[in-house]
Design a protein around this ligand. Structure first.
Ligand code: UT7
Length: 329
């Protein structure tokens, strides 16, 4: 019997219909289409306009695609992890709302909060439950309604973020496919460069925090950019090195979509040509926890069983990491 690995066996995704274009942003803040395209690679992002719907809704939609595609009985799912920076509520966990809505009554679930690295953290965490043999069908969801915490008068952040969700099903694999290796890192000294000031226990919601617009994303872009480039490239090249691989052995890079220049720099360090780099930032912007599963969802028809994928992320915290995954179908 081969080593038990956690393989991705199905992917789902959801993006809302409304397209927020660079042109429309030109009417909100002092920016322009040319600047946004050349500095970030983003052309438009999706926005969930319905105020009654949030991250759980998008995660549910992504999960339903997996249930349909696999003909899966939701009662067979034994764990649901939701990575989100924009939970529907601080508690209960968005994972509980998703489990309830899809009928995963036998699953336990919780949220992972690691900003833009959350989906990667959650996938690696879930893979350990599979590898231990304790769990057999784990749904990992990455979902964010970033428009609920973006200040549309702040040009440093509103041009970047969009709404969306993706999900993967992890199952045991004894053929050698699935998660092979991972490196996860965090450094809380980066907290002050990318964070939401109020709404937690330190600065609970009050008239003053609302008046001071403290319930939105604050980002010192330049500092985050520099850290993202070096950290994501570092872990991605390290994971190749310690698995005796070079860029030639990798079929695909699925990197967090925060800025096309960061993704290009990571691919360069790994020696990967553009055709091996999954990209959808132009359509969706930075959907935080949605980016990586949305990439897998959109590229899955091009993936072959046994393909070597590197998943990589960087986000607030700072948090970052990379995982080496062999595609299983
Ligand atoms: O997903 C989590 C992790 N997040 C990230 O990885 C994001 C990392 N950061 C970034 O992607 C980039 O820093 C931004 C896209 C946020 C900003 O790009 P930048 O190339 O770092 O711009 P900058 O802040 O250095 O500003 C360059 C110039 C400045 O003008 P001057 O001083 O050179 O005249 C800014 O005032 O661009 C100006 N600028 C803008 N112009 C038009 C800044 N934002 C804008 C804007 N539209 N939205």
């Amino acid at each position: 019997m081969g080593k038990l690995r956690a393989a991705i066996t199905a992917v789902g995704g959801y993006v809302p219909e409304y397209r927020l274009t660079n042109k429309e942003l030109e009417g909100l803040v002092d920016t322009n289409d040319e600047w946004i395209r050349s500095r970030t690679g983003i052309e438009e992002r999706r926005i969930l306009k319905d105020p009654t719907k949030a991250s759980a809704f998008m995660g549910i939609e992504a999960a339903k695609i997996i249930l349909d595609k696999k003909g899966l009985d939701p009662l067979d799912i034994d764990m649901v992890i939701c990575a989100t920076a924009t939970p529907d509520m601080l508690f209960p966990a968005t994972a509980c709302l998703i489990s309830d809505a899809i009928g995963a009554k036998n699953a336990f679930g919780y949220d992972v909060m690691a900003a833009c690295s959350g989906f990667l953290y959650a996938t690696v965490t879930a893979s350990k439950f599979i590898e231990s043999g304790s769990h057999k069908k784990i749904l990992v969801v990455g979902s964010d309604k970033m428009s609920s915490i973006v200040d549309y008068s702040d040009r440093a952040t509103c041009i970047i973020f969009g709404d969306g969700a993706g999900a993967v099903l992890l199952e045991p694999n004894e053929e050698g496919n699935g998660v092979q290796d991972s490196i996860l890192k965090s450094d809380g000294s980066g907290a002050e460069f990318l964070f939401q000031r109020a709404g937690g226990s330190l600065n609970p919601a009050s008239h003053a925090t609302v008046d001071a617009r403290q319930h939105v994303v604050y980002q010192e872009g330049k500092t985050v950019f520099k850290q993202a480039v070096s950290s994501m490239a570092d872990v991605s090249s390290k994971i190749l090195e310690r698995n005796d691989m070079s860029g030639e052995d990798v079929q695909w890079l699925a990197a967090h979509q925060a800025n096309k220049r960061i993704i290009d720099a990571t691919a360069d360090r790994m020696g990967l040509p553009a055709e091996k780099v999954m990209m959808n930032i132009q359509k969706y912007g930075n959907t935080t926890n949605g980016t990586i599963p949305l990439l897998l969802w959109e590229y899955q028809d091009q993936l072959k069983k046994g393909d070597n994928l590197i998943l990589a992320a960087f986000g607030g915290g700072f948090t970052w990491g990379a995982a080496y995954v062999k595609w299983a179908y």
